[in-house]
Design a protein around this ligand. Structure first.
Ligand code: AHR
Length: 306
């Protein structure tokens, strides 16, 4: 299948059935589980036999997973890159082997690899905007005055970089909003809890927590309660994703709001692959739009949580 279009991208031939690799980053949280389920659910409807790999939170394992998909001669690779830079060589190897790659949910380092030239497209949310929306809500909720601890996602991952960028640039415009500490919690509940536990020792005056995902927010809520603070009252917490646990925490008054980050990439990946196989030029960024949940709509949307 090693044919290339005029722009250098490998083509996807039009066929009734495809062997498609889905390279997942990890499966230790509800967001990842929902994303994988969405890919598995669409596979038969889209005529895909799925070759599924789980990189178990390791970028180097994910590189090996993509290499193995190349060796198995899949028709297409749908890649959820754990980090922006380390996965670029794997994408280049797939290109060289004539296998198109679609990046979903997280992007690659676009200063090195370009959508439309090295991979078909990036399908995902506007992470900078998610950060803006979390910051705007927090500014309103705190009257523009807060001492904030930021729990960052995995270092080197595009949602961590961009959720930080969007949030930080919005709060910087408000003189009363101060980020007093910002540290990597690896998008994980337990890591988020541990990081906040230790930051609380140095910053007992914290009044707000911004977590780059709901899992870390849940860990933060546990750490605040263990330290005798009331989340939602003493410390306002805001995060991103829209998990069931987060929606329940909003209903319980412990989490203020969460910006949705949709994990449902199956149907949209199928549609983009079909358009690409039909010879359409795909836009470099297929943007996913996200909802917003706070106490006004959490109860009504509980069933939309994952
Ligand atoms: O890439 C999307 C992010 O990755 C989600 O916000 C997070 O929960 C997941 O681990």
């Amino acid at each position: 299948a090693a044919t290339a279009a005029a722009d250098g991208l490998p083509k996807l031939p039009k066929k009734a059935a495809y062997k498609v690799g889905f390279a997942q980053t990890e499966s230790n949280n509800p967001w990842r589980i929902a994303e994988t389920q969405s890919m598995k659910d669409i596979a038969s409807k889209c005529g895909w036999t799925l070759v599924y790999t789980d990189a178990a939170s390791s970028a180097s394992k994910q590189v090996a997973d993509v290499q193995s998909m190349i060796a198995q001669k899949v028709d297409l690779i749908v890649l959820a890159p754990r980090e922006e830079k380390p996965l670029v060589p794997a994408v280049m190897a797939a290109k060289k082997a004539g296998i198109p790659v679609i990046a979903v949910d997280r992007d690659l380092d676009q200063s090195v690899a370009k959508p439309g030239r090295d991979y078909v497209t990036f399908i995902g949310s506007d992470f900078v905007d998610q950060g803006h929306r979390a910051a705007e809500w927090l500014i309103k909720a705190t009257g523009g005055k807060a001492k904030i601890i930021e729990l960052e996602g995995t270092t080197g991952a595009s949602p961590a970089n961009n959720r930080k960028k969007g949030f930080d640039e919005t709060v910087k415009k408000q003189s009363g909003m101060q980020i007093i500490a910002s540290q990597d919690g690896d998008f994980a509940r337990d890591k988020g809890r541990q990081v906040l536990e230790s930051l609380l020792q140095a910053h007992p005056d914290v009044t707000a927590v911004y977590a780059h995902n709901d899992e870390m927010a849940m860990g933060a809520i546990a750490a605040l309660e263990a330290a005798g603070k009331k989340p939602g009252k003493d410390v306002i917490v805001v995060s991103i994703d829209g998990t069931k646990d987060a929606l329940q925490a909003i209903i319980d008054g412990k989490l203020g709001a969460t910006v949705q980050s949709s994990p449902f990439f199956g149907p949209i990946s199928c549609k983009v692959a079909q358009r690409y196989a039909a010879g359409e030029k795909i836009e470099p960024w297929v943007k996913v739009s996200d909802l917003f949940f706070d106490k006004s709509n959490a109860q009504a949307n509980l069933a939309n949580g994952f």
